[in-house]
Design a protein around this ligand. Structure first.
Ligand code: CTP
Length: 432
């Protein structure tokens, strides 16, 4: 008996999938089909899958070609499956040629010709409205904001605006965009979602003008240092029916959502303290964060975890000439304390520790790029490790969140609320 295995997402089941399964079945006597699980798809950056796992399995089953259906739940599952099920042939579409050569040691690989002119991506895009994405910047540094949104179905990265005409021209050439504008009104005309990547003192005017033109906005934070003004901007976005998202990528990572609700859900008891450190050197050298931009990250994350009901805030800033080089910000809560260590030029560890009355959550490094954390409850014998891989630099997860919000499919549970926004901006002002 010849056993054949093949894998896929099989979203919006189409003729290409049918042909592939038919040909795979013809290669042997017994066909196993691995359908990707939802968490696995999210972790590998495939964010736009529409059908549930149950529907995708039903559709594969309905072809009558599969003798067994399994779920592909993690990277590295294929070889154990091949060994476990005594597979003779691994079949996959020709678009994957070369990607699975390592499997050749365990069974024969057959690449089947891909059916032309059809894919789940094409179907998704034909069913949904497409949003044009534009970037507002004054530098040529893109921080992958061009590549990342392209991964999400329903987004076309089209144009750039810069107040500096030569930057607009060069940026659009380097990143192969359709247009580079130095007139903001013209740029806004063909754009649905605007990403404002500008120095802090210029963000507000671009955000307000975009909202006035009923555009959805993603903005580097803080938008302004004035808490009242910021509330007005957030309310203005609400009244205009547009989404306004802040570019703190940590908030949109799966592992952060998990950590947040575990910490708030009493899994380590009542929260007693949180300490986190962040250093500019961990970001790309070209990233133009100043002290307040960098401090926004820990203050935002502490506020999400500990709440906005702090009693007092104090800070100690170490200056190098006029510039802040290093600072420690401490917030006192009624029964807890939070400490953010922010370093512009010195290397600090980038760790986070949350202490509760019954346990502790730790992230040894780079908590803002959260892929992993450890939870220790003192009543249990061992620590538990939680990890959730993510692809790229995380920006695509933010894009997916704003798209879901625009389409009113779901609202993000880790998004900053109005009162949290107010609290973060007030704290930033106290640090000055
Ligand atoms: N496939 C095919 N012909 C197509 C589309 C897919 O032969 N036109 C094959 C793929 O090569 C793979 C299997 O079907 O072996 C499952 O593919 P999947 O990634 O689920 O489908 P796509 O349509 O390629 O999905 P997407 O557009 O989301 O990448």
């Amino acid at each position: 008996m010849t056993t054949v295995i093949t894998y896929g997402t099989f979203d919006l089941f189409h003729q290409g999938h049918y042909n592939l399964l038919k040909r795979a079945k013809e290669l042997g006597d017994f066909l196993i089909v691995g359908v990707t699980g939802e968490t696995y798809d999210v972790e590998r950056g495939k964010l736009s899958v529409q059908d549930s796992l149950a529907t995708r399995i039903e559709n594969v089953k309905a072809t009558g070609f599969a003798d067994k259906i399994i779920v592909e739940e993690y990277l590295g599952q294929k070889i154990p499956d091949i060994i476990k099920y005594h597979v003779d042939i691994f079949a996959i579409g020709s678009d994957w040629k070369g990607k699975f050569d390592h499997i050749g040691k365990y069974c024969q690989i057959v690449y089947l010709e891909r059916t032309k002119n059809i894919s789940s991506t094409l179907l998704r895009e034909s069913n949904m409205s497409i949003y044009n994405f534009g970037i507002v910047t004054d530098s040529l540094y893109d921080n992958e904001t061009v590549i990342e949104p392209k991964i999400v179905s329903g987004i076309h990265v089209e144009s750039v605006y810069s107040p500096k005409p030569d930057v607009a021209k060069q940026f659009s050439e380097i990143y192969e965009l359709n247009a580079g504008f130095s007139n903001y009104k013209e740029f806004l005309q063909d754009t649905d979602i605007v990403y404002i990547k500008m120095p802090r003192n210029q963000r507000k005017e671009y955000v307000v003008e975009a909202i006035r033109n009923k555009k959805h906005v993603i903005c580097d934070m803080p938008i302004t240092m004035d808490a009242e003004e910021e509330q007005e901007i957030l309310n203005y976005a609400n009244r205009n029916g547009v989404s306004l998202f802040c570019n703190v990528m940590t908030l949109y990572q799966h592992a952060f959502g998990q950590l947040l609700w575990m910490a708030r859900g009493n899994l380590i008891g009542d929260l007693v303290s949180i300490k986190c450190s962040i250093s500019r050197s961990a970001f790309d050298k070209k990233c133009e964060f100043d002290f307040m931009d960098l401090a926004y990250y820990p203050i935002c994350v502490i506020t999400k975890i500990m709440g906005s009901e702090y009693d007092s805030v104090h800070s100690k800033l170490i200056k190098d000439g006029e510039e802040i080089a290093y600072g420690v910000i401490t917030f006192d809560y009624q029964n807890a304390v939070a400490v953010a260590e922010v370093s512009m030029d010195l290397d600090v560890s980038g760790s986070m520790t949350i202490v509760g009355t019954n346990g502790e959550i730790t992230i040894p490094e780079d908590w803002w790029r959260m892929g992993y954390f450890k939870l220790r409850n003192w009543s249990e014998p061992r620590a538990k490790h939680y990890s959730s891989n993510f692809e790229g630099n995380g920006f695509r997860y933010l894009i997916q969140a704003i798209l879901s919000d625009i389409r009113m499919e779901s609202s993000d549970t880790t998004r900053i609320t109005l009162s949290e926004h107010r609290s973060i901006t007030e704290i930033l002002n106290m640090v000055q």
